[in-house]
Design a protein around this ligand. Structure first.
Ligand SMILES: Cc1ncc(C[n+]2csc(CCOP(=O)(O)OP(=O)(O)O)c2C)c(N)n1
Ligand SMILES: O=C1C[C@@H](O)[C@H](O)[C@@H](O)C1=O
Ligand SMILES: [Mg+2]
Length: 640
């Protein structure tokens, strides 16, 4: 009996993908659910042929935009806590280039994403093939080299037999909780069709064990010593806790030692917001309760967090505290000069818990009071209404222009009150998905997660255009729940066409669109830092000034989505909002609710600083002032 099987490279890819499984806590699951495709000459006659002939168990999807489909694949993996993925194949050239952004998004967020872009001919016989870029200094370069800096593993299969080591390494990285991200296997279009006698053993079922790395005894002792020397510890619930499925251990740790916790964007909803020790979002987009407690904490225990500038408020928030990290990645564990426990979140927390004995923090009423204070503030935010003498949350920027927006958008709705209403109306187990704009900040502060794992925010790359594709990916992961994309008008305009794919697949997503006719959060950012309103409001070019300071642009987003066949609603009042949400729940097709909101009515920062580059020299006094302010702020931050 022969020990080999003759297949094309592409057929071997499909066969191999069908035989990959992961095992976590004793539970085995198929690792590759399916594959998103947009076919072109770079993949249709190779991978396309292989999938047509025998896709096996792989579900084959048809994307609309390569970035969109890859964002959906990433969201699927994120919602599945990295235990299952959907691969993506594109053509050569522009199709491949469209996935570079998604690769970066997945890598920044440590989410597994397998990309299989077509590539130029290995033989070079037809060079330049259509869509080949031709770098004169190096003919081995193709568009796919652009994936190198944004991939955790990159390979090009220039001969069929290279596929074996390429795919084994791809799986190594995709299933490695400490170092996962985008994996790019570039497949030259001729090689995809070339045959090889592959060893049958290459296609045997492979089970990739996702192990819970135990901490070393010494590192646990270090952690115990540090915590025992402190009175006011603060835990941070990072995305790693969710991926490690360690929420129960985390809560038990917090309760046993009476330690409050703040949530990062990736960690939020790992535990219900109502938990008495859950202070909610922390950092630049954190709330007043979490940030106030953080300022007084003497040790920060960051679990499964990358400590981004948003979490640390640009290293200002924990300036005077010691830091302890529990992280599966040595790299992330080593941040902020921390005492580090390199371990799986659950294993690390449980080991420290056992060794910590009868330690108790010395918080008295601070936690209850901080939470109550934030509840009062939330109530105020829910109730912000436009009217006589109105002062928006972000005051002093466009105050005098608000009546013009009210007229143009035909609305008096404020963003904070709309978010409050939506939070009240959605099902407790509904999933919200977001990524960019002012919404991630508002939602991290304001959103009360009533069930676990219902808050899905891509804030590692904060990539505009993730929201709708991401909602579709989350829906594929959890088809029995309502999924809502929370999206600004800017993000919608950047990329929304996987909405069509959601309808093709009969997987309903709901788009909640906040139209303030502009890149609102960037307008806030520039004006807070001394600039005028420049290039961020959506206004027509004025024939008088020659600048984009003319009429406010009006887009009927409901009509756009209706054109795709979605059920849509135009909302200008609270009553219309309530009716739209209730009706949208009854629909079986995807929906879009086009909500017109006033600019500047999103939440403001709560005692936090975001470090951005500011001009050191300018004729403008307000810029000079902003630069001085930045210098003062920098002095209050940790140096590294
Ligand atoms: C792909 C991408 N390009 C640019 C940015 C920078 N950026 C962040 S938010 C934003 C504007 C978002 O506008 P919108 O979606 O309308 O949200 P709003 O701030 O108005 O709520 C921009 C341009 C980004 N995050 N992602
Ligand atoms: O530049 C940015 C500012 C943030 O407020 C926003 O949420 C994010 O999308 C971004 O890219
Ligand atoms: Mg906007």
């Amino acid at each position: 009996m022969t020990n080999t099987i003759r297949l094309t490279t592409a057929q071997a890819v499909v066969n191999f993908l069908n035989h990959q499984f992961v095992e976590f806590d004793g539970k085995q699951e198929r690792f590759i659910k399916g594959i998103f495709t947009i076919f072109g000459h770079g993949n249709v006659t190779g991978l396309g042929q292989a999938l047509e002939e025998n896709a096996g168990e792989l579900e084959v999807y048809q994307g609309r935009n390569e970035q969109g489909m890859a964002n959906a694949a990433m969201a699927f993996a994120k919602q599945k806590h990295r235990k299952q993925i959907i691969a993506c194949t594109s053509s050569v050239g522009p199709g491949a280039a469209n996935m570079v952004t998604s690769a970066a998004t997945a890598t920044a967020n440590n989410i597994p994403l397998l990309l299989l872009p077509g590539d130029v001919f290995a033989t070079r016989q037809p060079d330049p093939v259509l869509q080949q870029i031709e770098q004169t200094h190096d003919l081995s370069i193709s568009t796919n080299d652009a994936f190198r800096p944004v991939s955790k593993y990159w390979d090009r299969v220039s001969r069929p037999e290279q596929l074996m080591s390429a795919m084994i390494n791809a799986m190594r990285v995709l299933t490695n909780p400490a170092d996962t991200g985008a994996v790019t296997i570039a497949l030259p279009q001729d090689v995809q069709g070339e045959a090889w006698d592959f060893p049958k053993s290459f296609f045997h079922k492979r089970v990739h064990r996702i192990e819970r790395r135990e901490p070393s005894r010494e590192s646990v002792q270090d952690a115990v010593k540090l915590i025992q020397s402190k009175k006011k510890p603060l835990l941070i619930f990072g995305g790693g806790v969710r991926y490690s499925e360690a929420a129960d251990s985390f809560v038990q740790f917090a309760e046993t030692f009476h330690i409050p916790f703040g949530e990062t964007q990736a960690g939020k909803s790992g535990v219900e917001s109502s938990h008495p020790l859950n202070l909610g979002g922390i950092g630049v987009t954190g709330n007043a309760a979490a940030n106030a407690i953080a300022k007084e904490a003497d040790v920060i225990i960051g679990v499964g967090t990358r400590f981004t500038d948003f979490t640390t408020a640009s290293k200002q928030l924990f300036a005077n505290a010691d830091v302890l990290t529990i992280n599966i990645s040595e790299f992330h564990a080593s941040k902020l000069d921390a005492v580090k426990v390199v371990a799986d979140a659950k294993a690390g927390l449980e080991a420290i818990s056992t060794a910590l004995g009868d330690y108790k923090s010395s918080y008295a009423n601070e936690i209850v009071e901080a939470k109550q204070g934030w509840q009062d503030e939330l109530k105020r935010l829910y109730g912000v209404t436009y009217g006589e003498g109105f002062t928006p949350e972000i005051a002093g920027h466009l105050d005098e222009k608000l009546p013009e927006y009210k007229e143009a958008l035909n609305t008096e709705l404020t963003q904070t009150s709309v978010i409050g209403k939506i939070n009240d109306l959605l099902d407790d187990n509904a999933i919200i998905v977001g990524a960019a704009g002012s919404l991630p900040g508002d939602l991290q502060r304001m959103w009360a997660a009533k069930s676990r794992n219902t808050y899905h925010m891509e804030y590692g790359y904060s990539c505009m255009g993730y929201e709708i594709a991401g909602a579709f990916g989350a829906k594929l992961a959890e088809p029995d729940k309502e999924v809502y994309a929370m999206v600004g008008d800017g993000s919608f305009l950047m990329l929304h066409t996987e909405l069509v794919t959601s309808m093709q697949e009969g997987k309903k997503v709901n788009i909640i669109l906040f139209d303030n006719s502009g890149f609102g959060c960037i307008n806030n950012l520039q004006m807070e830092n001394g600039m005028g309103s420049f290039g961020t409001e959506f206004r027509k070019r004025s024939p008088q000034t020659g600048k984009m300071d003319g009429e406010i642009m009006k887009v009927n987003f409901a009509q756009v989505a209706a054109g795709y066949g979605a059920k849509t609603y135009s909302v200008h009042t609270m009553e219309e909002l309530e009716a739209a949400i209730e009706d949208s729940k009854k629909q079986t097709i995807s929906t879009l609710i086009d909500i017109k909101v006033l600019p500047k009515t999103m939440t403001h920062g709560y005692d936090s600083w975001w470090h951005v580059g500011i001009a050191e020299v300018s004729e403008n006094e307000s810029i000079q002032h902003a630069f001085e302010k930045k210098k003062t702020n920098l002095e209050k931050a940790r140096a590294y």
